[in-house]
Design a protein around this ligand. Structure first.
Ligand code: HPA
Ligand code: ZN
Length: 360
């Protein structure tokens, strides 16, 4: 059962012919809530920045690097993802990376984006925190003036490192507090349960920061529960393994706890054998506030609209009603103001209503 839109609007959605779906998926307004900005670094930009900064790469060409993007699990991806990020040194590098993402997001009709960034991936190589955050924050401001996109930043802790390192990272980021809205938890999930980061998330909460965490991508449903109960997160990133626990699914549905699902990522990292096996329809049927996102688009085969198109192509259970619900959920689950959300939701309803044939 999808939580119903108003009865009137439901009938509008149900009148939309399936033939209008590709155009709606591409052109309707949407929010992206799970994008690692370092995962938007395309091989061409990796090579350009490597040359500019004199950073050696283990691959001789763009083609050879791209050919290495065949992953067996999360760790096999992370190894190559951290190597790619090693070319980022100057403030302008971070700005250029994010601006390339915003151009793609604008083409996909993303009107609001909350970007993850991994400061430890850079500060541990000697890059100043100022270069990372100032470059990304300037890009967020430029996203508004150049593309009309509302963008904000979420600082993620690397869970394969210690909680002390996460606490030191939060401390080092505090001079830039006005530039990020929350904290997240990413990197290798198995063996690094959320509760390892209880103190740093408590500190973030006391500072008034939003909280999200990757959980239930490769880790068990118990990691989703401890992210909720110990870290007090407001969204679960991925979360797809919740389907293994009916009690957890019921809890997530009752609380409208958002899941930021990343379909192409899940297939590329072998969470599901094929897109036809993805559990997104079941999550929506259970009434969960699921959203569609790109995760690391340069590595997983596409940006936000590519994710929508691939998912709806492979799963015939998904139609106009589910497309509207996923986009509506993306606004509901965002950390934007109630006023901004209402404006985007109105534009979303208009886009779908225009695709419904007039009644005789
Ligand atoms: N999972 C965990 N950590 C990550 C990911 C992901 O999909 N992408 C970048 N860091
Ligand atoms: Zn992710």
């Amino acid at each position: 059962m999808i939580p119903p839109p108003t009865a009137d609007f439901k009938t509008v959605l149900d009148r939309i012919p399936r033939s209008r779906l590709p155009e709606l998926l591409r052109n309707a307004p949407k929010a992206e809530l799970h994008i690692h900005i370092e995962g938007s670094l395309e091989p061409e930009l990796i090579f350009a920045l490597a040359q500019r900064n004199g950073v050696p790469l283990a691959y001789p060409s763009v083609e050879a690097l791209r050919a290495a993007y065949a992953f067996s699990d999360l760790q096999s991806f992370l190894d190559i993802y951290y190597a790619g990020a090693s070319v980022l040194l100057q403030e302008d590098d971070f700005h250029a990376m994010a601006m390339a993402y915003f151009a793609r997001a604008a083409a996909d009709h993303v009107v609001h984006a909350e970007l993850f960034f991994d400061p430890q991936t850079h500060t541990d190589r000697g890059v100043p925190m100022a270069h990372v955050i100032n470059g990304l924050a300037r890009a967020c401001a430029d996203a508004r003036s150049q593309h009309g996109i509302d963008a904000s930043l979420i600082l993620c802790f690397l869970r394969h490192l210690s909680e002390d390192a996460a606490l030191a990272t939060l401390q080092a980021a505090l001079p830039y507090r006005q530039h990020f809205i929350g904290v997240g938890l990413d990197s290798s999930e198995r063996g690094h349960p959320p509760e390892k980061f209880a103190q740093v998330f408590a500190r973030a909460r006391a500072l008034g920061l939003h909280r999200v965490a990757h959980a239930g991508e490769e880790g068990p449903p118990a990691y989703i529960e401890s992210a909720l109960d110990v870290l007090k997160v407001e969204r679960i990133d991925h979360g797809v393994r919740c389907v293994e626990s009916p009690a957890l699914v019921a809890r997530l549905a009752a609380s409208r706890m958002p899941l930021t699902v990343c379909p192409l990522s899940n297939v590329k990292l072998c969470v599901y054998p094929t897109m036809a096996d993805h559990q997104l329809p079941a999550l929506l049927d259970a009434g969960l506030c699921a959203t569609v996102n790109s995760d690391d688009p340069a590595y997983f085969g596409g940006y936000l609209n590519d994710n929508f198109i691939a998912t709806f192509d492979a799963l015939p259970q998904l139609g106009p009603r589910q497309a509207w619900q996923l986009m509506h959920n993306s606004f509901e689950a965002s950390f934007a103001s109630a006023e901004a959300k209402a404006g985007w939701m109105t534009a979303l309803d208009r886009a779908f209503a225009e695709a419904a044939p007039a009644l005789p």
